[in-house]
Write a protein that binds this ligand. Structure first.
Ligand code: G4P
Length: 529
């Protein structure tokens, strides 16, 4: 193995997903703690500072106390170089989250043991299934009263449609939480409430066959129940099958408590063995193998004004093959230009460090003078291929944008176009109206507020948003369609997108079908490719 292959093979890049408050931040802190990236968990993100430390670039986040942006963390553990993609959990702001998942090779799903599968988990999970991203489940907060463990597995299987395979099994929960039984080794790890935020207080290990020692430690009743449950489990749950896990058809399940540090390191160790090094990615030249090609990457996220003082815009890219070093020239395929990336950096929780080199699997942020769009490919100067695009999610909320001061037309158009390029919103024009009438479509309604806020603060433009009743969007796939001939319905609107492609907005799904029925040969698509 040469040095590049070695570096790539030790990389693991995953997204961490959960419903807000399930414990994603806490679990991430503990990972960092084990990786030695911080001395005391909590010094990275104490709750009070947590959500702001990562991204205090936008006042709106502070006002609402939620994290609208994603961040990336890198740390070393046991010879591995691990990249965690944090995903914003707020259910209103999901498109960014979806894109982040596109940059990951696997996902860790954190579930609150007392709450089970929650709406946000369900949504994110569907994206993982769509992309066949392997999912690792961590059922958290076992130190609090939790739902019955079998019920939790059942819920995951039914609600998310994936088979489960528990790697360990909890002994009680809440005050009665005694530890977990590790199925592969046949050992019981007993729970000791560790000092918050430290690595100390290691759990003791007792083999299941050592009945006396176990009885003394966890009590007769708990031991009896455990033995019964193990029997049930062996009969009922899916068998451990690494291939199925890696294919995204089976999720290994771990029980633990991030807050008290119980089961976190064990989870990390198992997880690292089960996940794969950076996977090949599809392009119009076929699969690109990470270790066999020169540098290539794709842009999955663009974030503006992370630093107010500098009014900058950062493009986040996932390196898909080869090695990147700061001196090298790369080709931006969509822009047709060979260039040097400007100020490549790794964005840490609350700081950035300029980097000299990075490898497939890593995420880098580069200064973007306004040339990159989501989904763009970068590769070696003499190569030219495109990575498969990131699908845009169909907006479900629409509003007409009214500009209050018509003298600021230029700033308005510039601002709204740039924000649309970043992928935070999609903009549409009324047919034959130029930029006079702009309709904006978003996946979550919070994006409307973000748009208004950013236009006011960054571009000095005041707007008014008038909600429109449309909820369904369809692109017209036919070549050169004659829109004047199209027989529509009374509640339908004809518009074009930024790239002048024609599309239709509908209030309800029946109208979509009606228009299809009335126009033979019409092809409509839910995605703007
Ligand atoms: P999130 O990123 O998924 O939104 O969740 P976060 O880690 O911020 O955790 C949400 C709350 O749940 C926090 O409590 C956190 O301490 C608590 N928590 C996380 N893991 C566990 C666990 O294993 N057991 C128990 N009992 N609690 C857990 P908080 O009161 O909102 O904040 P804090 O003041 O305690 O930090």
């Amino acid at each position: 193995m040469n040095q590049i292959e070695k570096e790539i093979s030790r990389r693991r890049t995953f997204a961490i997903i959960s419903h807000p408050d399930a414990g994603k931040t806490t679990l991430t802190e503990k990972f960092l703690l084990y990786g030695g990236a911080i001395n005391l968990a909590g010094s990275v993100k104490g709750k009070a500072t947590a959500r702001h430390a990562v991204s205090d670039w936008m006042e709106i986040e502070k006002e609402r106390g939620i994290s609208v942006t994603s961040s990336v963390l890198q740390f070393e553990y046991d010879g591995y170089c691990i990249n965690i993609l944090d995903t914003p959990g707020h259910q209103d702001f999901s498109e960014d989250t979806y894109r982040t998942l596109m940059a990951a090779d696997s996902a860790v799903m954190v579930i609150d043991g007392a709450k089970g599968v929650e709406p946000q988990t369900r949504k994110l999970f569907k994206v993982c299934v769509m992309r066949k991203i392997p999912i690792f489940t961590f059922i958290n907060k076992m130190d609090r009263d939790a739902n019955d463990s079998f019920d939790l597995l059942d819920e995951i299987e039914k609600e998310l449609g994936i088979a489960t395979c528990p790697i360990n099994w909890p002994i009680g929960s809440g005050k009665e939480f005694k530890g977990v039984y590790e199925r592969a080794s046949g050992n019981v790890l007993t729970f000791s409430d560790t000092e918050k935020g430290t690595k100390e207080g290691k759990a003791s290990v007792i083999p299941l066959d050592d009945g006396d020692a176990l009885k003394a430690e966890i009590g007769e009743q708990a031991l009896e129940k455990l033995n019964e449950e193990i029997e049930l489990l062996d009969g009922a749950s899916a068998e451990y099958d690494l291939k199925e896990i890696q294919a995204g058809n089976l999720t290994p399940v771990f029980f633990g408590s991030a807050l008290t540090n119980f089961g976190v390191e064990v989870f990390l160790q198992h997880f690292l063995k089960m996940t794969q090094a950076p996977l090949p990615r599809m392009s119009d030249e076929g699969l690109i193998e990470p270790a066999q090609r020169e540098f290539s990457a794709f842009v999955f996220k663009i974030q503006a004004n992370m630093n107010k003082a500098h009014r900058d815009r950062v493009a986040f890219m996932r390196i898909c093959s080869g090695k990147y070093d700061a001196q090298m020239e790369v080709k931006h395929v969509q822009g047709g230009k060979v260039m040097r990336l400007s100020q490549p950096q790794q964005i840490m929780a609350d700081s950035r460090k300029i980097l000299d080199e990075a490898y497939a699997g890593d995420i880098i942020g580069v200064f973007d003078p306004g040339i990159f769009s989501i989904g763009d490919t970068l590769c070696a100067p003499r190569e030219e291929f495109h990575y498969a695009g990131i699908p845009t999610f169909a907006p479900e909320h629409f509003a007409r944008v009214r500009q209050l001061d018509t003298m600021k037309r230029k700033q308005f158009v510039k601002g709204i176009t740039q924000i649309a390029q970043e992928g935070a919103i999609q903009i549409f024009k009324e047919l034959d109206s130029g930029m006079e009438e702009i309709i904006v479509g978003v996946v979550g309604v919070l994006q409307f507020d973000v748009l208004k806020y950013r236009l006011e603060n960054e571009y000095n433009v005041d707007i008014r948003l008038e909600p429109l009743p449309y909820e369904h969007i369809r692109w017209i796939e036919n070549e050169n369609p004659d829109l004047n001939k199209l027989v529509g319905t009374s509640d339908m609107k004809k518009v074009t997108d930024l790239r002048e492609r024609p599309l239709l907005l509908f209030v309800n799904p029946w109208s979509v079908q009606m228009v299809l029925d009335r126009n033979e040969g019409l092809i409509l698509s839910e995605f703007g490719r």
